[in-house]
Design a protein around this ligand. Structure first.
Ligand code: PLP
Length: 418
């Protein structure tokens, strides 16, 4: 590891005085990450859910190169361009039919901020300024900016450190009914009770549909979301789906929303939107939300980042969505799901393992105790794979282009370290 890096560069969620080791990457191609020391790793993380078509993809590279020769960026205030228009058409086409208005931003956390602002400005415009808090469930993850952080799990997110600086929101119990298993009405009673008593203070419910990602890699019942929609309608609360992790096929449907029979009022997209090439995000909403905001006191929606609608990111996103829809991605993800299940499920009987669960291209081994990330990370590298566990979770989030033998290398490595 470079000493300069250790001395001067902060990595995600690490200490500056006692940082975990980092591995220097020279290049990456397809499902392989090539370290500077010559070691080649099969990637099991898709660089945090994002790289769905593999690294250094020729078609995405070409899309980027072609766009860069036209323009890498122009401001979005007063100007527009084809990459942004094409992308909005695509997003409107593939997301729930009620979502017709697109707001571009530069990262997932910002897309969440934008969603929340939309919800708050919506009620403000409707002369209900008291409806300005959020309701969510425990064990969620929505990003690292302040408002997004305020709806992350209060314990995982160490909310007590930021007491005083952070907005207070409402937390219902985590949905416990598993995906595709029998529904128990009690599962939503905690959320229902909060809505019943507090709805006059609540602008929106924000939730990751079906899969709670970085907050615990948990898959819950679609029925929870169907009931949630009805409750939001009953109590006049908007529904925000954070599909930043689940979007673009990861759960076996194009969006996790498609496992349900409902539509959210606002949807956040990010991560895989550019095939993991460049930071970019979008917040989609309905005509009603957009119109109410626009006819309100401000007359406009109060947000506009410098790099909004960045043409380079839009061009890459357009190509990434085109690529995804150009093949039978659904069968491919089903194959990954079947293989993950077949190869990981035996771990369920291991004395150190609490649970094994698989959904789409996500495989999770939940240990009984927290793992030592530094030790495990090195072991995985020694085994020729890139897998980064957190807490008591060892999980796989492979790229959609992974071959069966490469996927087996990942699952074998997990069995080996356990
Ligand atoms: C990663 C993630 C975010 C935050 O996105 P960033 O691009 O890291 O800001 C928000 N919500 C969910 C569900 C995520 O997985």
């Amino acid at each position: 590891m470079s000493n300069f890096d250790k001395e001067h560069i902060w990595h995600p969620y690490t200490s500056m005085t006692n940082p975990l080791p980092v591995f220097e990457v020279e290049s990456a191609k397809g499902v392989y990450i090539n370290l500077k020391n010559g070691i080649r790793l099969v990637d099991g993380m898709s660089s945090w859910w994002a790289v769905i078509h593999g690294y250094n993809n020729e078609e995405l590279n070409n899309a980027a190169k072609q766009q860069i020769d036209k323009m890498s960026h122009v401001m979005f205030g007063g100007l527009t361009h084809k990459p942004a228009i094409e992308l909005a058409k695509k997003l409107i086409n593939i997301t729930p039919s009620n979502l017709q208005k697109v707001f571009y931003s530069d990262s997932g956390s910002v897309a969440v901020e934008v969603a929340v602002k939309m919800a708050v400005q919506y009620w403000q415009s409707k002369q209900k300024p008291g409806k300005n808090k959020l309701l969510t469930v425990k064990s969620g993850y929505h990003g690292d900016t302040f408002k997004a952080m305020s709806v992350c799990d209060p314990i995982n997110g160490m909310h007590h450190i930021f007491t005083g600086s952070m907005p207070i929101n409402y937390f219902a119990e985590q949905p416990r009914g598993r995906f595709n298993q029998e529904w128990n009405e009690n599962d939503i009673s905690s959320l229902k009770n909060i809505l019943k008593t507090e709805h006059n203070n609540i602008a929106a419910v924000i939730i990751e549909p079906i899969v709670q990602g970085a907050g615990g890699m948990w898959f819950y019942s679609a029925e929870y979301l169907n009931k949630l929609r009805a409750l939001c309608d009953e109590y006049n609360v908007l529904l925000i789906f954070d599909e930043i992790a689940t979007g673009f096929g990861r759960t076996g449907e194009l969006f996790a929303t498609n496992h349900t029979n409902i539509q959210p009022d606002i949807m956040c997209l990010g991560k895989a939107i550019t095939g993991g090439y460049i930071s970019f995000a979008a917040t989609l909403t309905t005509k009603d939300v957009a119109n109410v905001i626009s006819d309100g006191e401000a007359g406009v929606f109060m947000h506009g980042p410098t790099f909004m609608g960045n043409p380079l990111a839009c061009a890459i996103a357009n190509k990434s969505i085109e690529l995804l829809l150009s093949y039978d991605w659904k069968s491919k993800i089903k194959q990954i799901e079947d293989q993950l299940y077949k190869e990981l499920i035996e771990l369920k009987n291991h004395p150190k393992v609490n649970d094994v669960r698989v959904l789409g291209a996500i495989g999770v081994v939940e240990m009984k105790e927290s793992v030592n990330m530094a030790i495990l990370q090195q072991k995985f590298v020694d085994l020729g794979v890139w897998i980064r566990p957190f807490g008591n979770l060892i999980y796989l989030m492979p790229q959609y282009i992974i071959k069966p033998e490469e996927l087996s290398k990942l699952t074998l490595a997990i069995k080996e370290v356990i």
